[in-house]
Design a protein around this ligand. Sequence first.
Ligand code: GLN
Length: 378
Amino acid sequence: PKSKLPLIGTNIFTVMSNYANQHGAVNLSQGFPDYQPSPILIELVSEAMKKGFNQYAPMAGYLLLREEIAKKYENLYGANYDVNDEITITAGGSEAVFSVISSMIHAGDEVIIFEPAFDLYRPIIELFGGIVKPIILKGPDFTINWDEVKKLISPQTKMIVLNNPNNPATTTLKEQDFKILADIVRDSNILLLSDEVYEHIVFDGQPFWSITKFPELKDRTFVVASFGKLFHITGWKVGYVLAPKELTSELRKIHQFNVFCVNAPAQIAIAEFLKRKEEYLHLPQFFQQKRDFLTQGLETTPFKVIKPEGSYFLLADYSEISDLPDNEFAFWLTEKFKVATIPISAFYQESPDQKLVRFCFAKKEETMAKAIENLNKC
Ligand code: GLN
């Protein structure tokens, strides 16, 4: 059959995780924790099952959960979302992004993305006939030149996709970025998709600037978030979308025919667990320790770490080890030194020449210690 995505193969995270398993390598490639979530959360989900939450959840998600989410945004960011019309529980961040893009993008619409970009934005935009307009950011800083963004905007620009904290650039957007962005989009109908799945995971005492803190931007924005990252449960596949009523109503038309609704007992458990603020407020400290552990370890190897501002990834330069392109280097490193990473070129359509690979540090210290031991032989 004629492929709908002719240039796309199996995604890099699946490929590298499989390759790690095949070669018995420490897997620091795909982003997922290798430790257990809170036992309380596990208890809550089995209680929910025993109480009978085993059938379809409401299409938009349980009200209980939507209420807890609304409270969180009000308390943390001063942002009000209507529990009935502006919050939709999705099957993780990926379904959220899929439903947002597919409900908004018509053939010929232009969408601005920043590359390196998480791998699913571009194919979904293209699947629905959208035209991707990338802004190319380069390491080590991946700084956004907003003048470039301004110049790229045309009458066809339908949406700008933001990812904050950014995977894989590990940068964060600051108050100033949002002020400039507000100036840029003010007199337009441009929509924003703000992928905030690494919410809270920001280091060195910096605040997290959710786009929801900026009322002017909030009104044109779909916010995507993920409980997988918040509570170390990527396999539960529960996330959500926040958006103004008219946008949410279009989004739900797609969501209802895509997954219809999301895992019922998990939603009930998460609603209860969200009341425990310390579970997410301690994430900066929790992940900063892991970031520092891996960074210090890598400093004993020939890798040069780019200090991450946020997310649970770090990028490291391997040019002292090899001249191979990053893709070949990642396979070679997995085979020879038994550590799997993600080559940064996977996040660009046309990658600049950068000798960078991405390591995930949402891992037990013993896992990272084993990786460092292996890499010390490089
Ligand atoms: N978000 C994860 C990462 O960047 C991967 C998600 C996936 O495998 N699709 O590693």
